[in-house]
Design a binder for this molecule. Sequence first.
Ligand code: PMT
Length: 218
Amino acid sequence: AKTGQLRGKKVVITAGGTREALDPVRYLTNKSSGKMGYALAQAAAENGAEVTLITTTDRPTNYGVTKIFVASTQDMYEAVMAAFPTADIFIGAAAVSDFKPATLAQDKIKKQGDGGVTLHLVQNPDILKTVGHQKAPHQLVVGFAAETNEVIAYGQDKLKKKQADMLIANDVSSPSIGFSSDDNVITILTPDQPAETLPQADKLTLAREIMQRISTLK
Ligand code: PMT
């Protein structure tokens, strides 16, 4: 039998960067490796939770987790909407593309001459905001904020607008922390407690700290 503070809890986590297709061979994406989301999945599993990881990247796991592979924001949105109703905790660590190409070309886009190509992008659904606004009282919603400046102020803003119970703000301006790196520096924001910045550490260490804080809220 599982032991730990999240025993019996269902935790849904997103990881990796979404990929927005332009044509059959090209897509728009970002530098997210999925490491932060996988570290959170491991930390949740260590605490006894039943973990579903909705991810764009495949990384090794030697702990119990159900992986659901997705590519686009729309795919991730649909997978989260299917999993969320039975979840106790949702954690959005994925780097979700805010925009996608307005049309998906059937054939590979050809060179257009010296004028170049203009891409028309349209807004994607906001997964975190949707679950934040539809959560039931027993459900806990945790988001991330990737910022290059004013990390805490923008983080506080996202905490409110997306109606999250906790928001992990991270500075993504330096290559040694944030996207793709092994380490991160995070500030934990909640509606009621003062902001708490943790010193630079590897993502699993930080994920365990986050899970500790989450289990006190649950
Ligand atoms: O994967 P790694 O290489 O380990 O890097 C980790 C990370 C830097 C990607 C991670 O720590 C992180 O910050 N993830 C959130 C990235 C992001 O999309 O941040 P944002 O500030 O744009 O979005 C805020 C929150 O809303 C996030 O929880 C995001 O998942 C969510 N969101 C954003 C846009 C959108 N359309 N739907 C969303 O759900």
